[in-house]
Design a protein around this ligand. Sequence first.
Ligand code: GDP
Ligand code: ZN
Length: 461
Amino acid sequence: MHEDTIAAISTPIGEGAIAIVRLSGDKAIDVADRIFRSPSGKRLADEQSHTIHYGHLVDPSTDEVVEEVMVSIMKAPKTFTREDVVEINCHGGLVAVNRVLSLTLRMGARLAEPGEFSKRAFMNGRIDLSQAEAVMDLIRAKTDRAMNVALNQMEGKLSRLIGDLRQALLETLAQVEVNIDYPEYDDVEEVTIPLMTEKCTWVKREIEKLLRTSSQGKILREGLSTVIIGRPNVGKSSLLNSLVQENKAIVTEIAGTTRDIIEEYVNVRGVPLRLIDTAGIRETEDIVERIGVERSRQVLKEADLILLVLNHSEELSDEDIRLFEATEGMDRIVIVNKTDLPRRIDIQQVENIVGEGQIVTTSLLKDEGVEELEEAIAKLFFEGTIDSGDMTYVSNARHIALLHKAHQAIEDALAAAEAGVPVDMIQIDLTRSWELLGEIIGDTVQDSLINQLFSQFCLGK
Ligand code: GDP
Ligand code: ZN
């Protein structure tokens, strides 16, 4: 338990009609009672837990009414932080919220550090580390789908799976222990090795499955960096515009090293596309010409998805072929645009070049084929499986790194068993793997790591 009570604005500042000031700690209700006046005159401390109350906030030094509010009280332990929690819903304006926050601070609360609410939840055993990180992802979730993944993780799906894997390793370790304690029984080793191999192989496969989801997880978190290429006039800008218009675009500005980069996020069937507008790709007719061969190669190299646009009404040119070559082996969708005009392109030739890849025909002028393109994008990245909202994705770089290490440790153990290495040596690898998995859910992490993680949270979460 913490002796101090923390407070923060827990809704995005400057957005929305309602803002919430959240308090957590032993004195949360007491602090609220000092400034809250209900029409009935009843004190919040005398109310039931998990109830919400209408009233006014009053500055006790002047008796002046500061705000009209709804106050929720949630008493420990069934709260997010497992401490007493009070949420003051007030009007959304910056001035109003700040006034409420400073009132609570004057009444004895302390301004929360970034992530301190989640940190308390973690410290008080309410959530484990991977769930806490999911809270962070949730704040940053760019699409509904990413939100679902984050929610699933927060609900402990990943934690449970990791728990199962650790349990299997623990059982194996117990068996190894028996083997070490009773080396005189020859048949123990005969039991131990096959059992260990079986369990470790299962754990190894499960980790591999999780790692396979990680590229999708990363996409959900960060968006799929998408580059539209094609000769001048084939319809690149038109494509960008129709993707942006048909889908909700979220524009974020990132202060880059040399210049500010504008990213446009569009949500295509739950796949966040990050259309990177470097050096004004949007205006440029030819990205190669505009930003130079080297830069454009770099942009292409970093792209997750290439949309290569061709002109239906012109023959395939050498330049088209060069673009095919430059993007060979990448995730690529070929768009044959301007189908409203007479066909000049040799579709068979395109199919031969593309092979297994996807070709979509469009007339952006007539708004035809965009649906099919969106379908193709979703299919390419999620093979139609992403809709199973109950899938567990790993999307966090720290988790991925730990899973890789744990996987390596298990492979080492299996190789050692194969080579007939004594079981007590194998034990070391197994224990290491168990510890590494534990780090994902915060079971074996040091305080420094915890502090570092929680400081990344937004204020008020
Ligand atoms: P970009 O140079 O590749 O960016 O091509 P734009 O998107 O600027 O389009 C070039 C021209 O082609 C514009 O005049 C567009 O209106 C036109 N255009 C784009 N898509 C189509 C299409 O599907 N059919 C026809 N007929 N014209 C199109
Ligand atoms: Zn253009």
